[in-house]
Write a protein that binds this ligand. Structure first.
Ligand code: C5P
Length: 222
């Protein structure tokens, strides 16, 4: 039963304010997409990796990724959902998919292995989750608070998110957009299991995140 990791790396990274797409920004001197792929390989839990990048970055991605028959680069899409859909199409024979953001470049390989192990144990949808530290509120279009969900019942969701392949394909058959893959699977009524996430699996999104990641890798100056 083959485990295929799909790595969305086609975002423009507007919030990071860098001049390259986010996945190609270096952290500790190494592009985030390379760190993410190295982590997946180090987990020992993945048979094949498909990386989705902007069209003009395909050749560049091939050059900076480890030369391996099990790593492929394909063109992503305008929305993250489109990028994942392109990855699924490039790996139609998978038994399981792990969808893992390139921007979560410091994700410990052990977390990746735990998600894969839960899939193999028979859970069809598995996501890493952490308690939230801030109180989260919903707001209306004017920014006026409309509600405060009970914090103890909220989780921040990370990647890799693991799915039985048939389930993820079914979720992507509907032409919907979501900010994570589990949301599409939830719409089908499937049970999504959470496991303990890892603070190091944070998504490098803002300039502060980039400083934190560089510091953690011993390159405080970038
Ligand atoms: O924008 P966000 O932070 O949610 O992006 C999460 C991941 O999805 C990033 O690794 C980004 O490169 C990827 N992405 C993508 N295709 C898009 C938008 C985002 O692969 N069109």
């Amino acid at each position: 039963a083959s485990v295929v990791a799909l790595v969305p790396a086609a975002g423009r990274g507007v919030r990071l304010g860098a001049d390259a797409p986010k996945a190609f920004v270096a952290v500790g001197g190494v592009p985030m997409v390379r760190l993410a792929v190295d982590g997946l390989l180090a987990s020992g839990a993945v048979d094949r990796i498909v990386v989705m990048v902007p069209p003009e970055f395909v050749a560049g991605a091939v050059a900076l990724l480890p030369p391996s028959d099990s790593v492929d680069v394909v063109v992503g899409g305008a929305e993250r959902t489109d990028s994942v859909r392109a990855g699924i199409a490039a790996a139609p024979n998978a038994s399981y998919y792990l969808v893992h953001d390139a921007a979560r470049a410091l994700t410990p390989p052990a977390l990746i292995a735990r998600v894969a192990a839960e899939l193999r144990a028979g859970h069809p949808a598995v996501v890493p989750a952490l308690p939230v530290v801030d109180t989260i509120k919903s707001v209306d279009a004017e920014g006026v608070v409309t509600g405060t969900p009970e914090r103890a019942r909220l989780r921040a969701i990370q990647t890799p998110q693991g799915f039985a392949a048939d389930l993820l394909r079914a979720a992507y058959a509907a032409d919907l957009v979501a900010t994570d893959d589990a949301a599409l699977v939830e719409r089908l009524g499937a049970r999504v299991r959470t496991i303990s996430g890892d603070p190091l699996a944070f998504k490098i999104t803002t300039p502060l995140d980039l400083r934190l990641a560089n510091t953690l890798l011993g390159h405080p100056a970038g």
